[in-house]
Design a binder for this molecule. Sequence first.
Ligand code: SF4
Length: 291
Amino acid sequence: MFVSTGKELLEICKEKNIPIWEYTIREEIEAVEVPREKVIERMKSTLHVMMNSSTYAQDNIVKSVSGLIGGDAYKIRKYAESGKTLTGEFMNKAMARAISSSEVNAAMGRIVACPTAGSCGILPAVIISAGEKLNSSEDQLIQGLFTAAGVGILIAKNATLAGAEGGCQAECGSAAAMASAAVVEMMGGTPEQALTAAAIVIKNILGLVCDPVAGLVEVPCAKRNIAGTVSALTTADLVMSGVYSKIPFDEVVWAMYKVGRQMPAELRETSQGGIAITPTALKLKKEIFKE
Ligand code: SF4
């Protein structure tokens, strides 16, 4: 069975001298009782769905059913190529990829809810953008997804991945933590560094509420996917430079869960607080539902 804590994960990776992605693959083989090739094949199909969702809305203007979001991935992609950006083509392309999946999701297209539909833009954007920059093979991207999966399992075991339970910190925060850990291993970082990245990402998003406008996973969700993507990528660099987290991963996850439980129900996906009750959000809600 998959280990219960980050501490145990690090011990086992050290003892067997393997990265998190390898441990996760081995556990999956045992859990689902299918051969290694099959486990990898399934993750490959997942990667391909991610590749499509993170590209589609960059090339096509995709509007959500409600009309609340759409067209931003297309705009950012064009801007990324303009040579006028502040943070560079790499970061802007990553941002375009993130919102592309969110727009595809809001338009009822096919995405990978990883770990949730609301946060579906982060992992594809981070893994694919980092992979492009690092010249990674498809196998290495798949390995990154297994690292992310391993970290996600630990968060799910010890906290939650649901906005309704823990706020957006649990959704976009977890997605970004999983993605950052994945990139660290893709860059040759150790399992310890991978969990350090996950810890730093969560610390930096701790307390983020879930407050979808009109109850739809569109505003502010799509842009939070961009924020999570940027955080995951910059944190991977931070960790690869040798920076460490004073508070270990397990304790950060524990704190995230506690903070989620302390949040009032209004800030946990009920659309009764935060951005969802601003005058503009309420007006938009009326227009969408013709109230
Ligand atoms: S605001 Fe809520 S619904 Fe939107 S992505 Fe965050 S957790 Fe999900």
